[in-house]
Design a protein around this ligand. Structure first.
Ligand code: FAD
Length: 300
């Protein structure tokens, strides 16, 4: 069987694309290997009608809704390679366990994060230390918070944002310098900047209580926000020859059509930057509209 479209990635972008294409009666295969970056979080916020939902419940509801559409197949497997078939307008999707043929592909594998190098940060990430104030700022409002960022611009930007939710704020750069003008801007708001490396985070079951610096300074904090960097862990764009912009975003039209015919991109994978569930889902919808419109015109 040759699928109309393979969707690589089953986060909100890929799942919403599958919903639209399933309802359009297209034969779809969707791949998921459980590496969505929000899997560590307790609750997701800001998606109307789903505010506070657990990521695994969000996925379950989406799977239940997709099960109504018989032309959609969900496969739990890792896609390792995508190969254009010589002399055919087709692609082979090679997974760890199998190989599938498809006419079109939506790339929606999201991004991964590089966190500040702070010992045991992972124990707290998603529980009391977060990456996005729009996602978790409300839950941390008026608490004693810390912004953990190793680059001064990122630190300043995040501090200004988080200040909206709590003015009891400390910025820690984990051993990296911060220029005097930025120090001053933060000091004007009574935000202490600590450039000393962090020795240890103290807390229980992921709930932060104290931050200990190498200097011996220990500060009480109940939560915080980190500034991370983002990368694509999947090389499909390179394998397929899709063009990128200078800033790393995929060169594509408003509906996710890339520079390669039959290849579409959606969600954080296309942007190479953090987004939100509802925006990624909307991107997936757009890419599905493009796929269906193109199939319709090509086959009519
Ligand atoms: C800790 C944390 C908390 C967050 N909280 C919120 C929140 O409260 N509200 C909000 O709106 N947003 C939140 N976000 C952001 C939100 O999770 C993302 O914007 C959204 O998930 C991006 O969707 P996506 O579909 O582009 O990618 P993802 O959700 O990352 O999905 C990518 C999919 O691709 C799959 N995949 C990757 N590689 C392969 C492969 N090789 N083979 C097969 N499958 C593969 C993964 O398994 C996953 O299913 C949070 C993010 C983090 C990290």
């Amino acid at each position: 069987m040759i699928f109309d479209c393979a969707i690589i990635g089953a986060g909100p972008a890929g799942l919403n694309a599958a919903l639209v294409l399933g309802r359009a009666r297209r034969n779809i295969i969707v791949f998921d290997n459980g590496t969505n970056r929000n899997r560590v979080t307790q609750e997701s916020h800001g998606f109307l009608t789903r505010d506070g939902i657990k990521p695994q419940d969000f996925k379950q509801i989406a799977h239940r809704e997709l099960a109504k559409y018989p032309s959609v197949q969900l496969v739990k497997d890792t896609v390792v390679q995508v190969v254009k078939q010589v002399d055919h307008d087709q692609y082979a999707i090679v997974t760890s366990n199998n190989k599938y043929l498809t006419e079109k592909i939506i790339l929606a594998t999201g991004v991964q994060e590089i966190h500040p190098t702070i010992p045991a940060l992972e124990q707290y990430y998603g529980i009391s230390i977060h990456s996005c104030p729009y996602c978790d700022g409300w839950e941390r409002r008026d608490q004693a918070l810390i912004v953990l960022a190793e680059k001064e611009k990122g630190a300043l930007h995040m501090a200004k944002l988080v200040y909206n939710w709590s003015t009891d704020l400390i910025v820690a750069t984990n051993g990296y310098p911060m220029c005097p003008s930025m120090h001053k801007e933060l000091a004007n708001r009574n935000i202490l900047v600590e450039t000393d490396p962090i020795k240890k985070l103290h807390g229980e079951n992921g709930h932060l209580q104290k931050v200990e610096f190498v200097s011996g300074l220990i500060i009480d904090r109940t939560g915080g926000f980190i500034v991370s960097e983002f990368y694509r862990s999947n090389p499909f764009l390179e394998q397929l020859g899709c063009q990128l912009k200078e800033n790393g975003q995929v060169e594509m039209d408003a509906l996710g059509r890339t520079s390669q015919k039959n290849i579409y991109a959606a969600g954080e994978y296309s942007q190479l930057s953090p987004s939100a569930l509802i925006l990624a889902a909307a991107d997936g919808s757009n890419a599905a509209f493009a796929v269906n419109a193109d199939i319709t015109h090509e086959r009519f």
